[in-house]
Design a protein around this ligand. Structure first.
Ligand SMILES: *Cc1c(COP(=O)(O)O)cnc(C)c1O
Length: 447
């Protein structure tokens, strides 16, 4: 184990009016050339990223509570990632694994087979994005089972391609006008302890969902149940204990696959390699992306060998899938997580976050719940003293934090959730400073 190293000063500092003149200039250029459909949550342009800070083009140094949506888990320019990428890119940028294979792809596959839950024989296929991994997991499940139906959940987010849009729950902004959507995707209720009937257990919530599957689809038609063990975009919803095991058991009993979409929750984010480990569940297939390659585009489907091998030769792949530079970055990122013991850091971040924010639940009338695991924690905002969603407050809090130099993302079906996804390399000082600013913003706007 070694000390976390930093290249940039780990401090928050606003040195210009905000956003600064360079960022404003870039915003203007952007407006005339970038499609309006591509939005950004923060109007400052990045210049340099390391550890827990994002330095913008005007020299402002912001605290990063977003990690580019749970991607730069090891920081935005972790030394080992940079070193591996440089070394790789000097030799070749691409050959296509389907044409001339290379070692990095094989090594990443070996590493992923090792760190995913279960000691059964596993196989791996690499892709570029989370959506591509989910879509390929669906392809594999259909071939391996000979069935069509895919079961997904309320509040689910699985991506922006046609199949994964169909699997995603939220209309705006992800689906509106983009149909028709892929068929044979069925949505059932999620376990959502904050909004379920008081005291509903995980197994009871699973029964509610599975009765619907039995009645409306028929168990024998189900190829796979696909679930985020902690839902990401949907609001960091952690299902009640026993929900995931009950679903997994139903899958085993009925010849369907249990697929964990760990694109956001995976790769040390929650304090374990994968979030299903908190519930002792061993998925048939796991999708991996975001945090796996230190910011380079790489994703994977990892799972039971016989399932991945059910697909005919040439049935899986893609021109860029498992790009050599991205694979080198993944090896650097996985090494970094081990060398800097970042799984423990995630647990520590969880403890610091709760110590700093828990009093808001009783101390204000607008924080309904603080939930999550590891460095994947969210606050659900409600109208004072009720459970009615309060998206205006989430927006106001995120804006106030940004104005004070803290990048914070919102999420949730109702947009009423603020989520914390700091890099696991953030210092305690920056973490506490950012949480204090967040806390102040909630008190100020939550009146
Ligand atoms: C982000 C995300 C995806 C989609 O990943 P992309 O790389 O954006 O395609 C899929 N599933 C989950 C759970 C995600 O959080």
């Amino acid at each position: 184990m070694s000390e976390i190293r930093y290249r940039l000063p780990q401090k928050r500092e606003i040195v210009t009016e905000f956003p600064g003149p360079r960022s404003q200039e870039l915003s203007q250029r952007r407006t005339s050339v970038i499609a309006a459909g591509v939005a950004s949550s923060v109007p400052v342009y990045a210049a340099d990223v390391d550890g827990g800070v994002v330095v913008d083009v005007d020299g402002n140094s912001l605290i990063d509570f977003g990690s580019g949506i749970a991607v730069t888990t090891v920081g935005g320019s972790a030394p080992k990632v940079v070193e591996k990428v440089k070394d790789s890119v000097e030799h070749f940028t691409h050959t296509c694994f389907m044409v001339t294979p290379y070692e990095g792809y094989v090594e990443v596959a070996e590493r992923l087979a090792e760190i995913t839950p279960g000691d059964h024989a596993k196989k791996v296929a690499l892709f570029n994005s989370g959506a591509e991994a989910v879509e390929n997991a669906v392809k594999i499940a259909r071939v391996a089972t000979g069935r069509d139906a895919i079961v997904v959940f309320d509040h689910a987010y699985h991506g922006r391609t046609n199949v994964t849009m169909a699997m995603t729950a939220k209309n705006m902004p992800y689906k509106n006008g983009f149909g028709p959507f892929a068929p044979e995707i069925y949505r059932v209720p999620m376990s959502y302890p904050f909004r379920d009937p008081e005291g509903m257990s995980g197994p009871e919530a699973a029964k509610r969902a599975l009765e619907m599957v039995d009645k409306q689809i028929g168990a024998a038609n189900v190829a796979a149940v696909v679930i985020e063990p902690i839902q990401g975009e949907g609001g960091f919803i952690v299902p009640a204990d026993g929900f995931l095991p009950a679903l997994a058991e139903w899958c085993t009993d009925n010849g369907a696959l249990f697929i964990a979409d760990e694109v956001q929750s995976g790769v040390a984010r929650t304090g374990e390699w994968f979030a299903v480990e908190h519930e002792g569940v061993i998925p048939d297939l796991i999708t991996v992306a975001k945090g796996v390659a230190g910011g380079m585009p790489l994703s994977a489907v990892v799972g039971r060998a016989e399932l991945l091998d059910a697909v005919h030769g040439g049935g899986l792949g893609g021109t860029y899938g498992g790009n050599p530079v991205a694979c080198a970055a993944a090896i650097g990122a996985l090494d970094t997580i081990e060398e800097w013991d970042l799984k423990s850091r995630a647990k520590h971040i969880e403890a610091v976050t709760h110590a700093s924010l828990d009093s808001l639940v009783d101390g204000t009338e607008v924080v309904g719940e603080i939930r999550g695991r590891g460095a994947m924690i969210a606050l659900e905002f409600v109208q004072p003293g009720t459970r009615e969603p309060n998206p205006e407050l989430a927006k106001a809090v995120a804006a106030e934090c940004l104005a004070r130099g803290v990048i914070i993302l919102t999420c949730g079906t109702h947009g009423n959730i603020v989520r914390l996804l700091p890099p696991l390399t953030i210092t305690d000082e920056l973490l506490r400073e950012g949480l204090e600013i967040l806390s102040d913003a909630i008190v100020k706007h939550g009146k």
